[in-house]
Design a protein around this ligand. Structure first.
Ligand code: SAM
Length: 216
């Protein structure tokens, strides 16, 4: 019965929110504050999509932002041997990341941090910054826009954000397309009729653009 509360997706395992270990952790007064009390559905869609990749992500240094339970990072550590740091504003989610990492036999570093606290200098440590379902107000969208600027200044190779198409995320996508070469892949959503937006910004495409501008 308890085993049934451990789920499998794309080659990794995760505890359901109803698993006794998770419930015990919550009863001890550690309930996440900012929507981090479960794995969000978009993340499961993104995991399925990333599992189709062959080696694009191998051995990268990855920062997962707004990680919640950290499944994207755990997947990248497991399938692509990435070195992963999972970060979130809410310190209560990070022991859950460690719990989930343990049943997958991977090690994940954790860091308490808001998007605004991730400095350009710190971001130079990473090849990939990734986050899913983290944009749900115009303030947060603006924080993410500035974070993307810092990532590019820090020469982070790739930034990936996923969202089920909330209005604030769509506005962010529009703003980003005016400044950067942005790729958006639209995947089937987690519920009928919904979509998952997978936005990526690659450092080398921005540099190519600058090079072409200088040539003209
Ligand atoms: C909807 S949950 C998504 C969690 C996880 N990415 C997933 O898809 O399962 C949003 C997460 O973002 C975190 N968060 C919200 N605002 C944040 C901020 N300004 N800086 C860092 N993390 C933030 C929350 O604590 C929460 O864990």
């Amino acid at each position: 019965m308890i085993e049934q509360r451990i789920r499998d997706i794309s080659g990794i395992k995760y505890y359901a929110a109803s698993h006794p270990r998770v419930r015990k952790y919550y009863r001890q007064g550690n309930r996440p504050r900012e929507f981090g009390s479960k794995v969000w559905a978009t993340t499961l869609v993104v995991l399925e999509r990333l599992s189709q990749e062959e080696k694009n992500f191998s051995n990268l240094k990855v920062l997962e932002i707004g990680c919640g339970w950290g499944l994207l990072g755990i997947f990248l550590a497991k399938k692509f041997s990435c070195r992963v740091t999972a970060s979130d504003l809410d310190k209560n989610v990070l022991p859950l990341v460690e719990m989930q990492a343990k049943i997958n036999n991977v090690h994940i570093e954790t860091k308490v941090s808001s998007f605004n606290e991730l400095s350009t200098r710190y971001l130079t440590n990473f090849d990939l910054v990734i986050g899913s379902e983290i944009c749900y107000s115009d303030e947060v969208a603006e924080d993410l826009r500035k974070l993307i600027e810092r990532c590019l200044a820090a020469k982070v190779g790739k930034i990936i954000l996923a969202d089920p198409g909330r209005p604030d995320f769509k506005e962010l996508m529009l703003k980003l397309t005016t400044s950067y070469k942005v790729q958006v892949e639209i995947l089937p959503g987690s519920a009928n009729g919904k979509k998952t937006y997978l936005l990526s910004i690659e450092q080398n495409l921005q540099e190519q653009e600058l090079y072409e501008e200088k040539k003209d």
